[in-house]
Design a protein. Structure first.
Ligand code: EPU
Length: 417
């Protein structure tokens, strides 16, 4: 099993390019299942999750080819509307095939995702919405089976602006009869891109990027090409490293997607310069303590909560980090404490007393973003850190160690049995 090793305590400098967004490419690949024909998706990140989605698309019958960062999906041969447990259990985003496949076949069988490392993560909002559109849903041997002769547009009031439920409703409703309105829809840039992609496929959608999305059903969609937006979470991860480790520039990103992150970094004493597609961060001389709440977009993203904590463990004073999206997403705390951090958890709030130095340690990845926080802490710590179970990090970051090497970090991957 591969491990990442870091000889920490070195300053970072230089620049890196940000890759395409994982959380945009996965639903966009699923959207391509709705239509016959070839869709060319560019700026596709080479991630474990991208490859898992390709495997799933091929099981469903799509033809995929992936070269450099260009993924071609031909949906013409799609003939098997089923997502098996083996894949869904390794990547919850597999559940994104629910919407497009019921739209296309009036039938879909998808394994019910189980819990994940940090909690239950239910899919009730997806299922309630599909039922509202007229699907009959049953659970059989761990699989959700959804059937509908015809989906009929309705108004759906989401209890929570779920990213995945909004994506699935969009993909199901584009070819439903009549009008579907999603109230309290997710406003994340990745969902905005899904809307725009579906529009380019012939869908009639109004209100993209807002909390009220209106979908007038059309008879059919056609294939279309798209370039994936930059990964704001990858960018935020490198910004968190820059905040404590040196002046770095991140290129090929969209600063508008990172407003809350930039504001908070400035609040704790970092200097930020932006252009249309880059951000340069200079670290704070002294990191000021800060109370953070991770929220839905445009609030500070839960996907950067762990990385933010890796900054605050070195702040001068006491800080809090509260996660309002996932109440249990704190598996990084005991691992960060192994570096000498001082973090206590009470419900969904972490209480952090800043320390002056961190010491390298063997630590274990537990999920994508928790792993990123361990790498940042390892880069800041004195001595050697060994991060195990790094398959988590490969799910969401394209060769993270190579990008950090470009910035001058001493970080490498080894195959250790
Ligand atoms: N929720 C429900 N019922 C549902 C769906 C969601 O109660 O049917 C709750 C969840 O338990 C959670 C909240 O609603 O408390 C938000 O979940 P959401 O559905 O918005 O999350 P998701 O679609 O499962 C996506 C990202 C996550 C990211 C969240 C929140 C993808 C593939 N995944 O998940 O990304 O954390 O939105 O922004 O887009 C990651 O990249 O590391 C990651 C976990």
């Amino acid at each position: 099993m591969d491990k990442i090793f870091i000889d920490g305590g070195k300053q970072l400098a230089g620049s890196v390019d940000i890759s395409g967004a994982k959380n945009a490419v996965l639903p966009i690949m699923a959207s391509a299942l709705i239509a016959n024909g070839k869709s060319v998706i560019s700026r596709v990140p080479k991630l474990r999750d991208t490859y898992t989605m390709i495997r799933l698309m091929e099981i469903i019958g799509a033809k995929c080819s992936f070269k450099d960062d260009i993924l071609t999906v031909d949906g013409t041969s799609v003939n098997n509307p089923e997502a098996p447990y083996d894949l869904v259990k390794t990547m919850r985003a597999s559940f994104y095939v629910l919407g497009p496949l019921i739209a296309r076949f009036g039938y879909v069988k998808v394994s019910l995702p189980g819990g994940c490392a940090w909690g239950p993560r239910p899919v009730d909002l997806h299922l309630k919405a599909l039922e509202k559109l007229g699907a009959k849903i049953t659970l059989k041997s761990g699989y959700i089976i959804a059937k509908a002769d015809k989906l009929i547009g309705k108004t759906i009031d989401l209890d929570f602006p779920s990213v995945g439920a909004t994506g699935n409703i969009l993909m199901a409703a584009v070819t439903a009869e009549g009008t579907t309105i999603i109230n309290n829809a997710a406003r994340e840039p990745e969902i905005d891109q899904v809307c725009k992609y579906l529009i380019s496929m012939g869908a009639n959608i109004k209100g993209s990027g807002s909390s009220k999305i209106i979908i007038h059903g059309v008879e059919k969609l056609h294939s279309a090409n798209v370039e994936i937006i930059p990964d704001r979470i990858e960018a935020g991860t490198f910004l968190a490293a820059g905040a404590i480790l040196g002046k770095i520039t991140l290129n090929k990103l969209n600063p508008k997607h990172l407003v809350s992150v930039i504001n908070n970094l400035q609040e704790i004493g970092c200097e930020i310069e932006t252009t249309q597609d880059s951000i340069t961060i200079s670290p704070a001389d002294i990191i000021k303590p800060f109370d953070l709440k991770a929220e839905v977009y445009p609030g500070f993203p839960t996907d950067l909560q762990a990385q933010w904590m890796a900054i605050m463990i070195l702040a001068k004073g006491s800080s809090k980090v509260t996660d309002m999206v996932y109440y249990d997403r704190f598996s990084h705390i005991p691992e960060l404490n192994r570096f000498g951090a001082n973090i206590r958890l009470n419900k969904n709030t972490a209480y952090i007393d800043g320390v002056k130095i961190l010491k390298g340690a063997p630590v274990m990845s537990t999920d994508i973003r928790a792993s990123a926080s361990l790498i940042i802490a390892g880069l800041a710590a004195e001595g050697v850190t060994e991060v195990s179970r790094i398959y988590h990090i490969d799910r969401g970051y394209e060769k993270i160690e190579n990008k950090f090497k470009l910035l001058g970090a001493e970080i490498w991957r080894e195959n250790k049995l």
